[in-house]
Design a binder for this molecule. Structure first.
Ligand code: PMP
Length: 364
């Protein structure tokens, strides 16, 4: 067996010990005589798995008691509809557009609410972050939506905005799909946060939702029951059958993070990984280019370009031969992209940096 270093933006690499444990337990989970996939979601064993996953997640991110943690389905794009169906009341929704994902959130919210862009960095190709003081926030908006890490454009908010300090009383909704669990969260600034699992958490199909209790029970009449946060919360994420296997693997990932030193350690590693790769790009004398303003750069998703884009196919073929895969950029921006999630070991980063330097030596 030979494993590659996988730089995919998602579904993405998972920690190897997690995959091994899942493999070991595949046919017989802890003497139950069955796979977790085969268990009733209402049985004692699975309820235990689910409760432990939630408790570990709550510890890892220090989620306060007045927030509920929901395990849902539908992914980030599903939440783009589920959030406005639950929180907008059909009223005003302000969306800060910093890249492709928040733009999708704006468009989807427009189906249910009076959604408007409070800021939009389209003019600079989404290479910066608009200062919160310049956001055009409306009085009485039902919520303000941000994407705290734009997976495609490689733009990350170093801190969450403090809406109260801006005189805005609306709850903040955060799409943190592509950097959840890579740093602590200041919950005092958050009304609701959601994250698709397939980057830092586990298999695709599971969505994490953290919702402040006072925001439950506001769903529009058209909201499907299975997506009504109040019903999902009241039923312990088991109003409908949850993505059981995804929850189990996520629970293993949560335990792995805890054993590795928790979110503080993930934060430290994210800094170290990103510094190494940006350092190499910035030190290449223009051979490799990242266009994002330094203070807005993502530690998880690093888009970059070869100054001579004709070299790109050779770059990717050579990388693949060296066991470095999924380095192609998203089709909407082109170029290259290295995603460095929690599960990417420093050895993978060093292998990437070595390859970048070697390719430049040969082709620069
Ligand atoms: N938001 C962000 C920040 C994302 O990175 C993604 C997926 N790459 C999505 C939303 C959409 O997630 P899904 O495909 O699970 O709906």
């Amino acid at each position: 067996m030979s494993r590659v270093f996988n730089f995919s933006a998602g579904p993405a690499a998972l920690p190897e010990p997690v995959l091994r444990q899942a493999a070991e337990e595949m046919l017989d989970w802890q003497g139950s005589g069955m796979s977790v996939m085969e268990m009733s979601h209402r049985g004692r064993e699975f309820i235990g798995i689910c409760e432990e996953a939630e408790a570990t997640l709550r510890r890892l991110l220090a989620v306060p008691p007045h927030f509920r943690i929901l395990f849902m389905q539908g992914g980030g794009l599903g939440e783009n509809a589920i959030v406005p169906m639950n929180l907008s009341g059909g009223g005003a929704v302000d969306v800060v557009v910093t890249g492709a994902w928040s733009r999708k959130s704006l468009a989807e919210a427009g189906k249910y609410a009076d959604a408007r862009a409070a800021a939009d960095t389209r003019d600079d190709g989404h290479t910066s972050l608009p200062p919160p003081a310049q956001w055009r926030l409306r009085d009485g908006a039902a919520y303000v939506h941000v994407c705290s890490n734009e997976t495609i454009h490689g733009v990350e908010m170093a801190t969450l905005p403090d809406l109260a300090a801006l005189g805005c009383r609306a709850p903040l909704v955060v799409d943190c799909s592509s950097h959840v669990l890579s740093r602590p969260v200041d919950w005092s600034r958050v009304g609701l946060a959601f994250a698709g699992a397939q980057k830092n958490v586990g298999p695709a199909g599971l969505t994490l939702v953290f919702v402040r209790e006072d925001l439950l029970g506001r769903a529009l009449a058209i909201c499907p029951s299975a997506f009504d946060y109040r019903l999902v919360a009241d039923n312990g994420s088991m109003f409908n059958t949850p993505p059981t296997y995804g929850i189990y693997v996520a629970g293993l990932v949560f335990r792995w993070i805890e054993a590795e030193g928790g979110v503080a350690e993930m934060d430290r590693r994210a800094d170290a990984r990103a510094a190494r790769v940006y350092g190499c790009i910035d030190g290449s004398g223009g051979f490799y280019v990242n266009r994002v303003q330094r203070t807005a750069r993502s530690r998880m998703n690093l888009p970059f370009f070869l100054a001579d884009e004709r070299l790109q196919d050779d770059f990717l073929a050579g990388a693949k031969a060296a066991g470095l895969v999924q380095l192609k950029g998203h089709k909407s921006v082109g170029g290259l992209r290295a995603s460095l999630y929690n599960a990417m070991p420093m050895a993978g980063v060093e292998a990437l940096v070595d390859y970048l330097a070697d390719f430049q030596r040969r082709r620069g």
